[in-house]
Design a protein around this ligand. Structure first.
Ligand SMILES: *Cc1c(COP(=O)(O)O)cnc(C)c1O
Length: 427
């Protein structure tokens, strides 16, 4: 077990999270089951926030927008980066103050923009079309909206291509060379107050140098925008700090990130003669290792591979199929046993790509065992679906010996809750 996960341990043969036996959790609440350790979530947030004591930390809601999770982070002082009307709705409901929310998105609807205006949250504008719509809506509502532009800084972090978002060819943001013209236009538009600048270069980034490169390029822009006579009150450098999913991976810490970007941000701000606020938007770093997914073994089959059929698949955890992501797996009820065989852990979904873990050396597995998939607190449940007519599983929160359900398991009624059969088909 990698020593970085101090909340995950082994006791009486079984895997524990936050001191709670995962096998008992599986028995009591059934599998599949998402489990979050509240203490770990809080510690992750505090570790990040203390590395950036002068910055505002906006949790990227898309990583995990469970209401209880957002409420915990709100109580720690987190703001939120939201990417849709739904995420805004949940973030506000969780008690995150509107003045600590940034509404992002590359293709926002007029409805979403109006919702941002009504809630009084800032908007990170992704195009000039969006800016003009926002200006019109704000003017009609007799309001002024504080905005940033999402800038494409054109830096290439070494991460999976599907989660690199700051390349020149990315769909996100205003092209680097078009940024000044965008601010000039924003400064003239009624109902628009350009107060910030925003970028996010990608996710699961394990080398901090691209963050430094992005910070430099952003501060170049800040300097030029300031010369236009526009006062920027915040610089948001996004999220993206990676975590060590595999034992042999090493990941930078929030302090490494601070060391990389803070000197650039501070020195450049001083040289320009301004003192904007720094904002960061971690998602994965805060929630990723705080959660695990418990999944029960249905079948074991020797075929081309040694297939272990479990009850959670890409319906509940799409990262392996979508990003070729690696998640460590542990046989929760045999956590102290030595590996003996090589297994392919596969889900129950009718897709050959529904593989949770490939070629893993594990103790002998039998039906009825419980497999724990680690580091699923970010981009796990939040990316789940009901594909194949499978209901979403429950989520529980463990906290110093206690267990709370934070999302009930769905039922068949949820599968068809919004379906409508026209009356003529009922005759
Ligand atoms: C996804 C996203 C984040 C969070 O990324 P992590 O890799 O989870 O830290 C932050 N900001 C924006 C705009 C995003 O789209």
């Amino acid at each position: 077990m990698p020593s970085t996960r101090s909340h995950i341990n082994v006791q009486d043969h079984n895997l524990t999270i936050g001191g709670i036996d995962t096998v008992s959790l599986a028995q009591e609440y059934g599998t599949p089951l998402y489990v979050t350790d509240e203490e770990r979530l809080r510690e992750n947030f505090r570790r990040f926030a203390s590395a950036f004591s002068d910055a505002d930390i906006y949790f990227a809601a898309k990583a995990n927008w469970n209401l209880a999770i957002l409420r915990i982070l709100a109580s720690e002082g987190a703001g939120a980066d939201v990417f849709s009307d739904g995420e805004l709705y949940v973030a506000l409901l969780a008690g995150i103050s509107p003045d600590k929310i940034l509404f992002n998105g590359n293709s926002k609807t007029a409805h979403e923009l109006q919702m941002a205006i009504d809630a009084g949250v800032r908007v990170s504008a992704d195009s000039l079309h969006e800016l003009r719509t926002l200006s019109r809506l704000a003017t009609e509502s007799d309001r002024t909206v504080d905005i940033a532009f999402r800038v494409n800084p054109d830096v290439s972090p070494d991460t999976h291509p599907k989660i690199a978002t700051g390349l020149a060819a990315s769909k996100f943001g205003i092209g680097y060379r078009d940024v000044l013209a965008a601010y000039s236009e924003a400064a003239k538009l009624p109902g628009i107050n350009p107060v910030g600048i925003h970028c996010h270069i990608g996710s699961q980034i394990l080398d901090v140098s691209p963050f430094g490169e992005a910070a430099e390029r952003m501060m170049d822009l800040v300097e030029q925008i300031t010369r236009l006579g526009i006062d920027l009150t915040f610089v948001d450098l996004g999220g993206g700090l990676g975590i060590p999913y595999a034992a042999e991976m090493t990941a930078p810490t929030p302090n490494d990130l601070t060391d990389m970007i803070l000197p650039i941000f501070e020195e450049r701000s001083r040289a320009i003669g301004i003192s904007p606020r720094l904002i960061l938007e971690p998602g994965r770093y805060i929630a990723g290792d705080a959660g695990i997914l418990l999944t029960g073994v249905n079948t074991v089959k020797r075929a081309a591979k040694n297939f272990v059929g479990v009850d959670a698949g890409l319906n509940l955890l799409i990262r392996p199929a979508m990003y070729d992501a690696y998640h460590e797996v542990v046989v929760a009820n045999k956590a102290d046993q030595d590996p003996e065989e090589t297994y392919e852990i596969v889900g129950p979904i009718c897709e050959s790509g529904d593989i949770i873990a490939r070629d893993r050396r594990l103790p002998p597995i039998e039906p009825g065992d419980v497999v724990a998939v680690l580091d699923t607190g970010a981009y796990g449940f939040s990316m789940s679906s009901r594909y194949n007519g499978r209901v979403r599983c429950a989520e529980v929160l463990v906290n110093r010996g206690g267990v709370d359900v934070i999302r009930r398991r769905e039922d068949y009624g949820d599968l068809i809750a919004k379906d409508v059969v026209p009356a003529r088909l009922l005759r």
